[in-house]
Write a protein that binds this ligand. Structure first.
Ligand code: MEV
Length: 387
């Protein structure tokens, strides 16, 4: 008896790092996905891939466990299997995809208690949503209970009805923020949860479907992002993303901390962050018009700024140079310092070969893919927090 979910990886077209400071950015869900399968097991300890689960090695899963599967309330131990084709720690959102898919699996496995208003609207009595202000997904332990709403009319949603992309994105962001020393934008988690093309901005943008607002307290400031679903831009079926992996390991938390430190030391470098925001805005306009030549140019300009910021590296520069002649634009994607670059191209095979010839491994993705989903449910739940 198992529940299986999946979520896509992501690649950032414009705005990484600057988005942590609240500047606009765009990310695209890629074809490559993570699949998470969970099943209940006897005994006290969780298992991961057949071995004993080590919470220190898997902080993302450990936080999710505290949020959604509290042992203190009688949640049984689980066995987790993870598979997929998103390269790990390479800027393609593998940790966000894992968090989002695992959050969906745990929610499906416990269901969701709700009440129904007189008008028939469903009101959650547990869980997290951008529409529910009186719970805190960012708290280190479960805090999504709204027990005061629980009454005799409560109903228990299970399976796909219990799973919600906004919730998975919200918990995913909280988990990412904890893993990145408190500094993380909601870009990765929201793109992995909702799929397609996701736009983050400092204002509500016209021309895209508004999703929700996210806020996170960082150092002394509260950052605010407005998230949007861009939909499928016109002409997207004729372009491809070719992703080149340097194989150089560079944890996101270190790159994010490096940029924060550089700005703290020289506050005038905030201008560079703002310039990335201006380039991203130009890229967004191009995307809305379906002008992929201009989208590519904005990506290449963005790369120049990222190099200046010190988050590129020789291996990334080599792959970006190799991809340039056959693409509309190319840049690093994600936190940089290693990991992956992305090229936007109409000639994916040629770009792919050029990246490989320059020493990278490469993969092709179409533009915008389906978000988190429940692949296999069960009748009922593994555990019900109210029984
Ligand atoms: C990582 O995929 C993107 C960064 O902008 C960090 C973040 O947004 O949290 C570098």
């Amino acid at each position: 008896m198992n529940i299986e979910t999946s979520a896509p990886g992501k690649c950032i077209l414009f705005g990484e790092h600057a988005v942590v400071f609240g500047q606009p950015a765009v990310a695209v869900a890629i074809e490559q996905r993570i699949h998470v399968s969970i099943s209940p097991i006897e005994g006290e300890y969780w298992k991961l891939e057949g071995g004993r689960f080590d919470s220190k090695k898997h902080p993302h899963l450990n936080m999710l466990r505290k949020q959604l599967w509290p042992k203190a309330k009688g949640a049984p131990a689980l066995s987790i299997e993870i598979k997929g084709d998103i390269p790990r720690a390479s800027g393609l959102g593998s940790s966000a995809a894992l968090s989002v898919a695992a959050a969906a699996a745990l929610r499906a496995a416990r269901g969701r208690w709700c009440t129904q208003s007189e008008q028939g609207d469903i009101i959650w009595t547990e869980g997290y949503s951008s529409l529910i202000p009186d719970t805190d997904a960012y708290a280190p332990e479960e805090s999504g209970q709204r027990a005061h709403l629980f009454d005799s009319s409560s109903l228990h949603l299970t399976g796909v009805e219990a799973v919600n992309a906004d919730e998975c994105a919200l918990i995913g962001h909280a988990v990412e923020a904890a893993a990145q020393g408190g500094r993380a934008s909601p870009m990765d988690a929201s793109t992995c949860a909702h799929g397609g093309v996701v736009l983050l901005s400092d204002t509500i943008e016209e021309g895209s479907k508004y999703l929700y607002q996210r806020q996170l307290r960082m150092d002394d400031e509260t950052r605010t992002w407005e998230l949007h679903d861009v939909g499928t831009p016109e002409g997207a079926a004729e372009v491809y993303l070719v992703i080149g992996n340097t194989g150089v390991y560079a944890p996101t938390s270190e790159q994010v901390a490096k940029v924060a430190k550089a700005i703290q030391k020289e506050p005038e470098r905030m201008r560079e962050i703002e310039t990335i925001g201006i380039i991203a805005r130009r890229g967004i306009e191009a995307l809305n018009k379906g002008d992929f030549d201009a989208v590519g140019r904005a990506m290449t300009e963005n790369q120049v700024m990222l190099r200046g910021l010190g988050v590129s590296c020789p291996e990334l520069d080599t792959l970006v140079r190799a991809a340039a002649p056959s693409s509309l634009g190319a840049k690093l994607t994600g936190a940089g310092g290693g990991g992956c670059m992305v090229a936007l191209t109409r000639q994916p095979e040629i770009t792919l070969e050029a990246i490989k010839a320059a020493g990278g491994t490469a993969l092709i993705s179409s533009f915008g893919n389906v978000g988190m989903r429940l692949e296999k449910g069960i009748e009922g739940t593994f555990w019900n927090p109210l029984t």
